[in-house]
Design a protein. Structure first.
Length: 562
């Protein structure tokens, strides 16, 4: 449990006590206190317990920072029981910085009460408890007092790592390889075994989603994989395994066992992938290889997260291609436009519209997944998405007028109106283009009629209006219109409802005179509708004469003067 706030009395405030909370300090749990006491006791017996094994030649202390620290550690070791000397050394401004923290830790080791501890919070290494004595670096005190922890003990050597030295730590070993990043085989074995990804195999290892043959033969896969060469061990890492690491990302799970945590210094990495459709005999662009190497290096240096590495690697390659078509992870040559359109998801109408747009491009274009359209520096046409609808949404505002003119012959104000309406509605392009085609087809069909609806006298013009509406929108759309006629139009409306058997429960809407007249007009109106069906819906162009004859009959029975 955390220690409660200390009670402090202030001058002039004799009757009141205030509670002050000191940040970063707490009461140690029994487990933490026992661990620290044990480590401090070991340090007091042997102050060199926290030192790594040196598998390298050290230089002279004046020129080699590690050698200088070792010489000072030896000197502090000889003074470890001199508490007065330790008290001065732990606050001394000059001298070896590691030994300043060592002196404070050795002083703490001789104290009876170690129940109050400080907390070191690191975004990388997490929270760690230690006893703070003196003004040495907190991270150094943490590493010295937790020297049995395989990762925390590396904190002691951060300044030495900046000076060029390399350190490798694992459960069972702690090694300094000097100025050369040479990972011990034991460290490699332990790091792979305890990483956030599970591997199979020995000299060649592979994660879930791969097979041994793929790694051994360096085969290209559709999803891509990372080949990691540790020298004596080759590792195949599937991109799907990286995206599923829940507890700890892969690179930190290994790199935090070395100081500096720079995995690229001990591993050669290669991304095994190429766009689908890219010829095997054709090398990837050199620019793409360079970008790819930069991405992999950034990933190994903890700058790119695991779940972004696959996408970043693919983009590095795709972004360097300067010709052809790219959609998603597929590449098509310049002369494979039809194959590209066939690959895209959508209706035939959407593909026709996109074909018009492709012919309109004067240079390269990149349509991102978020709909942003960018001009390309080269001639490649690239779509992040493979859906015709999403691509058309992104390109419609700029190229929609060309689609309307090319596919439907619609221009000028009408085209602008349709363009803007679709921009606002963002209707599915499959339905939008289909309806536009149907409406245009209906409009052209209606042009076959020999009269305009407003050129005929009443009630003939009303009959013509009902015919046009029925062809364009269906019989159901005319029922309400037929009920609302006035005068002779009311009688024609009644006749229309009789022709289509829609009079049930509607008789009360019409007066007796309209019902009588309309009833007499039914045969002629029936003939007019039959001719309209043949002419407009069944494409029987000879029915134009039947339509004229039926309209003449309807003119005669209604008594209208034309």
């Amino acid at each position: 449990m955390a220690r409660g706030p200390a009670e402090v009395s202030f001058p002039g405030d004799k009757n009141r006590k205030r509670k002050v909370r000191v940040r970063g300090i707490k009461k140690a749990s029994k487990e933490i206190q026992q661990r620290l006491d044990k480590n401090l006791e070991t340090l007091l017996e042997d102050p060199e317990s926290f030192l790594p094994e040196f598998r390298c030649e050290l230089g002279k202390p004046r020129r080699d920072m590690v050698a200088m620290t070792l010489r000072n550690v030896d000197y502090v070791s000889q003074k470890r029981h001199d508490r007065r000397w330790l008290s001065k050394r732990m606050v001394k401004r000059r001298g070896d910085i590691v030994c300043k923290s060592l002196a404070g830790s050795l002083l703490a080791a001789g104290e009876e009460d170690t129940s109050t501890v400080s907390v070191y919070n690191s975004p990388i290494y997490g929270a760690s408890s230690f006893i703070r004595r003196g003004n040495g670096k907190q991270s150094h005190m943490v590493g010295i007092q937790n020297f049995t922890h395989s990762k925390l003990r590396l904190l002691v050597w951060d300044d030495h790592a900046k000076a060029g030295h390399w350190f490798f730590s694992w459960d069972g070993g702690f090694v300094c390889s000097g100025m050369e990043a040479k990972a011990p085989e034991e460290w490699i074995e332990s790091s792979l075994k305890n990483s956030s990804v599970t591997f199979n195999g020995d000299d060649v290892r592979w994660s879930k989603g791969l097979e041994k043959e793929i790694v051994v033969n360096e085969q290209i896969t559709d999803s891509g994989w990372l080949k990691l060469d540790f020298g004596n061990v080759v590792v195949g890492l599937c991109s799907s395994s990286l995206s599923k690491t829940n507890d700890e990302p892969f690179v930190p799970s290994i790199a935090l066992g070395m100081m500096p945590p720079k995995l690229s210094a001990v591993v050669d990495a290669e991304w095994m992938w190429r766009p689908k459709g890219w010829p095997e005999e054709l090398e990837l662009p050199e620019e793409g290889k360079e970008r790819l190497n930069e991405v992999i290096q950034a990933w190994m240096n903890l700058a790119v997260p695991d779940d972004k590495i696959a996408r970043a690697c693919k983009n590095a390659i795709l972004g360097s291609i300067e010709e052809g078509f790219i959609t998603g992870n597929y590449w098509f040559a310049d002369d494979s436009r039809d194959e590209l359109l066939a690959h895209l998801q959508g209706t035939d109408d959407e593909r026709k519209a996109l074909a018009v747009i492709l012919d309109s491009f004067e240079s390269g274009v990149y349509v991102r997944r978020d709909g942003v359209v960018l001009d390309s520096e080269n001639d490649v046409i690239r779509f992040d998405d493979s859906s015709c609808h999403s691509i058309l949404i992104a390109l419609w505002e700029k190229y929609g007028l060309e689609v309307l003119e090319e596919l439907f012959g619609i221009t000028d104000e009408e085209a602008s109106m349709i363009l803007n309406r679709q921009i606002k509605r963002k209707q599915g392009f499959g339905a939008f283009l289909r309806e536009l085609g149907e409406n245009l087809s209906t409009s052209k069909r209606l042009d076959r009629l020999p009269w305009e609806s407003d050129s005929l006298p009443s009630p003939l013009n009303f009959a013509e209006t009902l015919v046009r509406s029925a062809v364009e929108n269906g019989i159901a759309s005319t029922v309400s219109k037929a009920r609302k006629g006035k005068g002779l139009d009311m009688a024609m409306g009644w006749a229309w409802l009789n022709v289509h058997n829609r009079t049930e429960s509607d008789a009360w809407r019409f007066d007796e005179s309209s019902r009588d007249k309309g009833g007499d007009w039914v045969p002629a109106l029936q003939a007019l509708w039959d001719a309209a069906e043949d002419l407009l819906l069944k494409d029987n162009l000879d029915a134009i004469e039947d339509y004229k004859a039926a309209m003449g009959w309807l003119t005669e029975v209604t008594g209208v003067q034309v």
